[in-house]
Design a protein around this ligand. Structure first.
Ligand code: HEM
Length: 322
């Protein structure tokens, strides 16, 4: 009898507690593609329409939003920390080296957020909006699609120091880049696939000047072309496309690397007689392999240490903590 009572007690108290514990742990640790299915069913359409409009009026915006998401995720995870504006009393990430006068697209996320708030206020995080907008931008430019999971919450803090330390530099060598990505749980294959994001968008002269004037592992005709709009002094913010088809998400970036026409030093490091040469060659001739690996690596990037459950908040305005 005593044992039957204690068994009952186990089932009445211990088991339910255990079940609640396990399920709440599950709910807080995992993101899900259906997270907003009940509370904001139109969310994905609103984001798609917003990105459609933005990319139609400025094709580069697909690239800019993708980069914004990368710079968000690499600094304390995908928590929309990059979206927090600096104020007199708050220093965020927007003026870190890699972002200052460079990161763009904030107003696109703000406008999508306003539309999402109008449909379901206080429900969808800025971090989730950015994750989905990045995917939609890639798709609009002809790139691969992937399933985005949701449930990220927004940070109440941001760190300029962390941004300066964790976002990779265009002047780095392969070993440094590989360790920057490894620090985020991304292997060299992920890094080489993700760098294929440079199939879209532009870079400013100061980020590749040293390479086009001083490097030896560069196609001389390409260096000459790039020097025409990136003088040895001045013109720091003049733009050059990463590859010849900067509005199309294709595999031309890798073909450029094989031809020693990588724009940044960090780009050409992926094909410079090192461990990534073989993979770059594969992607240069096999667009399907690149698309599949890029999509898989984006899912990994998207899952970097999200705030979930009761951590963080759902920001009302992406630029400001509630
Ligand atoms: C491997 C390390 C990387 C380095 C060193 C790097 C560096 C840079 C630099 C210097 C620029 C030009 C910024 C400017 O001149 O204003 C740039 C642009 C860009 N980056 Fe990266 N990047 C890296 C990886 C990535 C990854 C992983 C992604 C996304 C998955 C990405 C997406 C982009 C995009 C799309 C642009 C063009 C943005 C635009 O036109 O607005 N990059 N990157």
């Amino acid at each position: 009898m005593a044992s039957s009572i204690s068994t009952h007690f186990f089932f009445l108290i211990t088991l339910p507690t255990f079940v609640i514990f396990v399920f709440s742990g599950y709910a807080t640790a995992q993101l899900s593609p259906t997270f907003y299915a009940r509370n904001c069913p139109n969310f994905q359409n609103i984001v798609r329409n917003g990105m459609n409009q933005a990319v139609r009026s400025d094709r580069r915006m697909g690239a800019s939003i993708l980069r914004l998401f990368f710079h968000d995720c690499f600094v304390n995870g995908c928590d929309a920390s990059i979206l927090l504006d600096d104020t007199a009393t708050f220093t965020g990430e927007q003026n870190a080296f890699a972002n200052r006068n460079s990161a763009r697209g904030f107003e696109v996320i703000d406008s999508i957020k306003a539309n999402v708030e109008a449909a379901c206020s206080g429900t969808v995080s800025c971090a989730d909006i950015l994750a989905l907008a990045a995917r939609d931008g890639v798709v609009l430019l002809g790139g691969p699609s992937w399933t985005v999971s949701f449930g990220r919450r927004d940070a109440r803090t941001a760190s300029q120091t962390q941004a300066n330390n964790d976002i990779p530099s265009p002047f780095s060598d392969l070993a440094t880049l590989t360790s920057n990505f490894a620090a985020k749980g991304l292997n060299a294959r992920d890094m080489t696939a993700l760098s294929g994001a440079h199939t879209i968008g532009f870079a400013q002269c100061f980020t590749f000047r040293n390479r086009i004037y001083n490097a030896t592992n560069i196609d001389p005709a390409f260096a000459t072309t790039r020097r025409a709009t990136c003088p040895a002094t001045g013109g720091d913010s003049n733009l050059a496309p990463f590859d010849a088809t900067q509005n199309n998400f294709d595999n031309n970036y890798y073909r450029a690397l094989v031809a020693r026409r990588g724009l940044l030093r960090s780009d050409q490091e992926l094909f410079n007689n090192g461990a990534q040469d073989a993979l770059v060659r594969t992607y240069s001739t096999n667009p399907a392999a690149f698309r599949a690996d890029f999509a898989a690596a984006m899912v990994k990037l998207s899952n970097l240490s999200p705030l979930t459950g009761t951590n963080g908040e759902i920001r009302r305005n992406c630029g400001v903590v509630n």
